[in-house]
Design a protein around this ligand. Structure first.
Ligand code: IDP
Ligand code: MG
Length: 183
């Protein structure tokens, strides 16, 4: 096992920073934006049996699943998760919606995954989301927009640690890595 692989196995976030600082052989050309992000299928997406469709899009894009669970989110976790929105008029309804049923929380890893997943998810307002995006294909209203994705690397780091224990995240090697990235 290479030094970089040992580094990646020991450390789970932020992979890029740790690899750069601890691994001299780390190549920014190959792994420059290797990141992790939190994606969640919201209760409406679970109810509408969209879990598989949503996972499929991240898999076929080439991202790596490193954590996943079906859970009933608590109001405590959601109030932290949506802390910035707590004064918005829609906040109480948002929390009611998010506790209305199970969610599927996932952590996806890959090159530029934070930005790419936001593009794949589409605009917050489903009415503005482009066809081809998850929200643009599967939802019609901002209040039931099916899926969550972290909106920056810093937010991703905070959200992943809010929703997952480090032991729930698996560092593993995909056999198609050489077909997805220049080595
Ligand atoms: P995002 O999910 O695209 O990051 P945020 O602005 O962070 O969008 O809002 C979080 C969630 O709050 C949205 O995904 C949506 O479920 C809900 N939300 C945002 N704005 C509204 C609104 O104007 N009415 C109802 N729900 C909203
Ligand atoms: Mg957001």
């Amino acid at each position: 096992m290479s030094f970089l692989q040992r580094c990646l196995l020991r450390s789970w976030i932020p992979v890029t920073t740790i690899a750069r600082t601890r691994c001299p052989s780390y190549s920014t050309a190959v792994h420059g934006s290797l990141e992790r992000t939190l994606v969640a299928v919201k209760p409406d997406g679970v109810q509408r049996r969209l879990i598989g469709d949503i996972i499929k899009r991240f898999e076929q894009r080439g991202f790596k699943l490193v954590g996943m669970k079906l859970l009933q989110a608590s109001e405590g976790v959601l109030s932290e998760h949506y802390h910035d929105l707590r004064r918005k008029p829609f906040y109480p309804a948002l929390i009611r919606y998010m506790v209305s049923g199970p969610v599927v929380a996932m952590v996806w890893e890959g090159h530029n995954v934070v930005r790419s997943s936001r593009l794949m998810v589409g605009e917050t307002d489903s009415a503005q989301a482009k066809p081809g995006t998850i929200r643009g294909d599967f939802s019609v209203h901002i209040s039931r927009n099916v899926v969550h994705a972290s909106d920056s690397a810093e937010v991703a780091e905070r959200e992943i640690s809010l929703w997952f224990h480090s032991a729930e995240l698996i560092s593993w090697e995909t056999s198609d890595h050489r077909d997805l990235y220049q080595m």
